[in-house]
Design a protein around this ligand. Structure first.
Ligand code: NDP
Length: 315
């Protein structure tokens, strides 16, 4: 079997801003990185439209185009970017780290950078899927700006939903917050902020019955799950903030995570509990979740991996 094992220096799992930035730095440091793109090549930005908050693009850029640029930059510098999905791993402190791609291809890597990201959770109703990108969004910080001066709705009751509702309230004229229970999940401070914002109307015990509109969001119909009463509000933007799921399941037996599955990295670094395995981007960040912060942490991971490898080789 051993002749079928591909031995490499640096493996990067995932191809969002964190993965490609790690690849750019690793390639320039001559670590010959191999990147596996995963299920959603380019990551979450490929399902957004205009990106206006990534510095360096004064006129904004489309999410998919930005990720194609990231990829081309990594490839030009020597990264080996491959289509494929890491299906299982076997990590050992110090390595080599064993990884299987698509259930068949065996790799041993000296260093691994996990940048598998997170996926937004969705309500799962058909109109949400149909109008995704046409008024339905899972990221207020990314897309709120397009609805300035207009009415919007947001679903969720956690810290993210409260933070995003407050953010939207500054830009939009009115924010309906759809909360499924009779109370928030968010911290008291965040709840307080929401309840004290005059243009946020919280609808407790409420569920989204339907998002209305043919080719763009025009209204939302909300059902009170105590009284059964239906209410329709005209809106232009519908935001879903019901949590994210980090794509970290396959690492669970080896890597320390919090109770939600976010990988725990050492403070101020990208090091995980397994020596030689590093993590960057949303797989380890449930707070900021921005392309620019993910890219920054991808840079950190490549620099940490480079230093770790050169220390290892010099001993
Ligand atoms: P959470 O899991 O904390 O909250 C998810 C919310 O979505 C809950 O209120 C839940 O309702 C609701 N929800 C889930 N599914 C549905 C559904 N199908 N329909 C309607 N509502 C639904 O996720 P967050 O993203 O808010 O936060 C994740 C973590 O990150 C938390 O630990 C949070 O504290 C932290 N965080 C901290 C921040 C900060 O400190 N500034 C900022 C952002 C996040 P229910 O309550 O009924 O279960």
């Amino acid at each position: 079997m051993s002749e079928n094992v591909e031995k490499i220096e640096c493996l990067i799992i995932g191809s969002g801003p964190a993965g490609y930035t790690a690849a750019i730095y690793a390639a320039r440091a001559d670590m010959k990185p191999v990147v596996y793109e995963g299920l959603q090549p380019g990551g979450q930005l490929t399902i957004t439209t205009d990106v206006e908050n990534y510095p360096g693009f004064p006129h904004g850029i489309m999410g998919p185009e930005m990720m194609e640029n990231f990829k081309q930059q990594a490839v030009r510098l020597g990264a080996d970017v491959r289509f494929g999905m890491v299906t299982s791993v076997e990590f050992t402190p110090g390595g080599p780290q064993k990884v299987v791609v698509d259930g068949t291809h065996h790799i041993e890597a000296e260093a691994v950078i996990i940048s598998t990201g997170a996926s937004a959770k969705w309500l799962g109703i058909p109109s949400e899927q149909r109008l995704n990108g046409s008024g339905v969004s899972a990221c207020a910080v990314c897309d709120g700006f397009f609805y300035r001066g207009q009415d919007v709705a947001i679903v969720g009751a956690g810290d993210t939903a409260c933070e995003e509702a407050s953010y939207l309230a500054k830009i939009c004229s009115k924010v309906y917050m759809i909360v499924r229970r009779g109370e928030f999940r968010a911290s008291k401070a965040m709840q307080h902020r929401v309840m004290n914002t005059p243009n946020i109307e919280v609808l407790f015990n409420s569920e989204t019955d339907e998002i209305l509109g043919e080719s763009a969001v025009e209204a939302v119909r909300v059902k009170n799950n105590v009284t059964g009463e239906l209410r329709e509000m005209p809106i232009k933007g519908f935001f879903v903030a019901i949590g994210h799921t980090p794509n970290t399941d396959i690492f669970k037996p080896y890597i320390d995570m919090d109770e939600q599955g976010y990988i725990i990295t050492e403070k101020g670094s990208s090091r995980t509990n397994v020596e030689g395995v590093f993590c960057a981007g949303d797989a380890q960040d449930k707070i900021y979740r921005q392309a620019v912060t993910a890219a920054g942490s991808g840079c950190m991971a490549a620099l940490d991996a480079e230093r770790w490898l050169s220390d290892k080789h010099s001993h």
